[in-house]
Design a protein around this ligand. Structure first.
Ligand SMILES: Nc1nc2c(ncn2[C@@H]2O[C@H](COP(=O)(O)OP(=O)(O)OP(=O)(O)O)[C@@H](O)[C@H]2O)c(=O)[nH]1
Ligand SMILES: [Zn+2]
Length: 369
């Protein structure tokens, strides 16, 4: 089978084909991020495959330098984009252990968490510099929430403020506001129209490195992928003029090999992101509050009016914005709720398991001579 006979390849890797100059070995294992640690996990007799796109019934997998659609067989853990899988006889045998995983919580009460992407090195938290149509600055709460997920993933978060052309000189002030919500995280303005800042984004990537873009619909993620790919690889949306809100264009998560090396994964805009696990990432998002709280008189100070509370004092002096403390309270409450829900689910599962074991014991007891 030749490369060009694979019509799929044109859909998923138009960069490689339309550029023409790139060697087909661009899909070799090293480019895709394969290394000795993954190799050590590969079951004997199987070959590695990289998940480029997932559907409900199967996945597009890069195997042996080309793409292949593989339907899931029963009993495998469902892969996500970025996963390494072991492939044998044209089937996915198993998903190799994930080095990092970006997981979001279920949106509905009973829905399960969802892994958006795995084995990424960098998570670009994408937020528009200006919420056009609704006239406003970046949504700091949304950035904090996505940063919590990003820190939990094990990958390095970076905040990108897209569409910097729309805010002109105000960009400096906007960046510094966002930095206040993202201690210890790099914050970069970027404009995919003029290309300003695109090189800085590219500098986080290189051969074998993978980044994922997360952010609301219409933030300009796909446009940025195009700018990085120096080509039109993603279909971008036209924002409706009436309210400035975008329609969802990115339907499937997709993985792209960039011409200058590195992989980038685009995710569909997320309307509502809930925290996934117990909110361990929150500590990293709110290091400023954690630091100030070390000076509270009581070790277990809840910062709700106790005497000698350093956090409240920092609010009064203006060192800490009230918004930041409110956000910290809100996300911590949510994390507690998620944790209790997870606990309840674990308890349920344990009860169910015991029921099965008891039934089995009774049955085998009856069968005993
Ligand atoms: N002015 C300006 N507009 C931009 C820029 N980047 C993207 N846009 C516009 O913003 C709109 C949304 O861009 P997309 O790239 O489709 O947004 P997205 O984040 O991929 O959206 P989803 O696929 O729904 O998640 C499009 O009309 C783009 O042309 C930019 O740097 N400046
Ligand atoms: Zn306190």
């Amino acid at each position: 089978m030749t490369w060009l006979s694979l019509s799929m390849a044109h859909v998923f890797f138009p960069v490689l084909l339309s550029k023409g100059s790139l060697p087909l070995t661009s899909l070799d294992l090293t480019t895709l991020g394969w290394d000795d640690t993954f190799a050590a996990e590969l079951p004997a007799g199987s070959i590695p495959g990289k998940i480029a796109r997932v559907h409900s019934s199967g996945a597009v997998v890069i195997v042996d330098g080309h793409e292949q659609h593989i339907e899931y067989s029963s009993r495998i853990t469902l892969p996500c984009v970025g996963d390494w899988v072991a492939v044998r006889d044209g089937a996915i045998l198993t998903v190799l252990p994930r080095r990092t995983a970006l997981v979001r919580g279920g949106v509905a009460e009973d829905s399960l968490s969802q892994t958006l992407a795995s084995n990424v090195d960098v998570i670009f938290v994408v937020e528009p510099s200006s919420l056009e149509g609704r006239r406003g600055d970046p949504n700091l709460g949304r950035i904090e929430r996505l940063l919590a997920l990003a820190w939990e993933s094990g990958a390095m978060p970076v905040v990108l403020l897209t569409k910097s052309d729309l805010v002109g000189e105000r960009i400096g002030e906007i960046v510094s506001n966002v930095m206040g919500a993202a201690p210890g995280v790099d914050v970069h303005p970027v404009c995919s129209v003029t290309g300003d800042g695109v090189d800085i984004v590219a500098s986080y990537l290189g051969v074998g490195r993978t980044a994922v873009l997360v952010g609301p619909s219409g933030a300009g993620k796909s446009t940025l992928v195009n700018a990085l790919a120096e080509d039109e690889v993603m279909e971008t949306q036209q924002v409706r003029a009436s309210d400035g809100r975008g329609r969802h264009t990115t339907v499937h998560r997709e993985l792209f090999v960039l011409p200058r090396g590195g992989l980038i994964i685009d995710t569909p805009g997320v309307r509502r992101v809930s925290l996934a696990a117990g909110g361990e990432g929150l500590e990293s998002v709110f290091t400023d509050i954690e630091e100030i709280a070390e000076n509270c008189r009581f070790d277990d100070c809840a910062h709700i009016g106790e005497p000698g509370c350093a956090v409240i004092e920092a609010i009064e002096t203006g060192e800490l914005p009230q918004r930041r403390l409110d956000s910290w309270f809100k996300l911590n409450r949510e994390a507690e709720w998620v944790a209790s829900r997870t606990d309840a689910r674990l308890r349920q599962e344990r009860d169910r398991r015991w029921k099965v074991i008891h039934k089995e014991m009774r049955r085998s007891g009856r069968n005993r001579p």
